[in-house]
Every structure is written in structure tokens, then in C-alpha cells.
Ligand binder design. Sequence first.
Ligand SMILES: NC(=O)c1ccc[n+]([C@@H]2O[C@H](COP(=O)([O-])OP(=O)(O)OC[C@H]3O[C@@H](n4cnc5c(N)ncnc54)[C@H](OP(=O)(O)O)[C@@H]3O)[C@@H](O)[C@H]2O)c1
Length: 315
Amino acid sequence: MSLILSEGTYTLSNDGIYQDVPGEIVRPPSTASVVPESPVWLITGGGRGVTADCAIELAKRTGGSFILLGRSDLVAWPAWLERETDLKALRGALAKNSGRADAPKTPVEIDRFARILLAGAEIVSTLKAIESGGAKARYVQADIGDQASLRTTLSRLINEEGPVTGLVHGAGVLSDGFAEALGLKNFEKVFSPKVTGLETILSCIKPSALRYIGLFSSASAVFGNEGQSNYAAANEWLNNVAVHLAGKIPDTQVKAFCWGPWQGGMVDESLARMFTERGIGLISKQEGARIFADQLLNSSHDQVRFVVGDEWGSA
Ligand SMILES: NC(=O)c1ccc[n+]([C@@H]2O[C@H](COP(=O)([O-])OP(=O)(O)OC[C@H]3O[C@@H](n4cnc5c(N)ncnc54)[C@H](OP(=O)(O)O)[C@@H]3O)[C@@H](O)[C@H]2O)c1
């Protein structure tokens, strides 16, 4: 597995990152980060997807309080419905119950309700996993692209939990399409959580109060990817913000993870197949979460943005 920075190539091995220098391997100085005694982590998108895996790993290592933000509602699982974890199976179970007065009827309603239930169940399972190690966890419903309501929510949360000491920004959505067909709406959709969301958070929390900032960027910002010009641009913006913040607040650990594809999250079966056919390996959830926590908590401050995963050409 390699981590590629614009300044050179770094090879990831089991015990750290090594900078590749022809004929010589130089280990960058390691900075022992001191985790605050009771860290307060604010994790956008942390209830679900790959950010949730990373939040669970962080909780095991640092304990403290975890505030997870996402748009999904925590809808209670209906007592009449069997527990399913697979979308297809759940749609089938809902269809079987569509005669009930309180059940969804049409395929569109069934699909929508199934997704809501699965999202809620995933968030509940993330909260349990974080708490199982002794950390505190709460989920707060918030659309981080909505500046006014996010400001109010953050001010309330900071009052209740104390100052945020670690920020992980994982919220993101796709709105793919060929560049000539992408309209402003497709850009706004992708920029809203990634860019507006982060800008609003940084305007509510003094960055210098943060000990850790981890931004979930994408390898597509570095290598490009067919149909993802909006997504690549939003993620490259994150990379630049990371470099800017690292220069401004050198005592804070700032990392932009330009992730290659994971086995999970927004990489569904068909995307996973597409990457595999292109010879691009998938990052397992366990390995990705481990790399995330190692890099955020224990690596040198001078490695700010890096690709995790295989290099690829633009399609
Ligand atoms: N999976 C990968 O292979 C991969 C590769 C490269 C980069 N990444 C990046 O990693 C991050 C997580 O991706 P993922 O694969 O885990 O995707 P995912 O499963 O679709 O999860 C996205 C997360 O972002 C949250 N979110 C989206 N819009 C939001 C908004 N406006 N306000 C609050 N929360 C919002 C979602 O929660 P709600 O839906 O409940 O709002 C969800 O928790 C993204 O930033 C993505 O760009 C992922």
C-alpha cells in the first residue's frame, strides 16, 4: 500500500510511514501526540459509512465524547417488521407487510422507508460500538450544508459538551455526471456538505482550539475520475484547506486523507466491481480505520495530505 504526496512518495508499512528516497529510506521524525484527557470529537458523517468505522477506532484509542452529525433521522424499527440488514431483503419484508395501514405501499415508498430504517439502524450500531469501549457517544441530526441551523446546533453542542478538541469531517455525497452535463445543482450538492459544512464549522470553532483535524478527501482529487469533476474539485478544496490550516496552526495535527475506494460506504457493489476491474484495490474497513487512527493520532505533523490506496490514471 502506498501513500503518495505531491512532495514525494511515502510507503506505508506496519509500523509507520517511510519516505522513499532513492537508495535510502528516511524515517520522518515521529511526533508523539498527546491526546487530551477527555477529548471531545465532532465527527461529521460519523454515524454511517466509512467515517463511522474510523470514529469507532478513534473511540477505542482515545475514549472521550463523540458527537456524530448526519441528516438521517433515527426512526424506530417497527415492531411488526423482521430485522434485516440487507436492502433487498428489507424491501421484500416491507412489501410482504404493505397491506398494513401504517406500512409503505408503492415500490418507491418501500425503497425510501427501507433506506431510512437501515440508516437509523447503522447509526444505532455505531453509537453502541463507540460506547462499548467506554467512550460517550451521541448522534445529532443536522444538515451541515445548512449554515444557519448548523451554527445554532454547534453552539448548543459546545455548551453541553465543552470545547471541541478534535474535528473529523467525513460528510460527503456524490452527484456524478460528465462535465458537460453537470449543472450548478450537481456542484452545489457536492460542495454543500464538504465545503460549506467545513467553512461553517471552522467559523464556529476556533481552529487553534483543535488538537486534531482529519478531513475525508478522495484520491479522485489527485488522479481525477470519470464523471467526478465536481467531487474532485470539492475534495481538492479540502486538501488545500488542510495545507492552509497546517501552516496557520502548526501545533494542531491536520490531515487530509485522499482515500482510494473502500470496501463499503458510498462504494456499492457496482462501483467496487468497476474499481476491481481497473486493478484498483479496495481498502478494507478494518485497515482503513487503523490507517486513519494511526495517521491522525501518531504521525508527524508535516505529512498533511496523502493518498491512501492504489494510484490510478484518469479512467
Ligand atoms: N467510501 C469510499 O471509498 C471513499 C473514498 C474516498 C473518499 N471518501 C469520502 O469519505 C467520506 C465518507 O464516505 P462514505 O463512503 O462513508 O459515504 P456514505 O456511506 O455515503 O456516508 C456519507 C456520510 O456523510 C453524511 N452526510 C452527507 N451529507 C451530509 C450533510 N449535508 N450533513 C450531514 N451529514 C451528511 C451521511 O449521513 P446522512 O446521509 O445521514 O446525512 C453519511 O454519514 C465522504 O466524504 C467521501 O467523500 C469515501
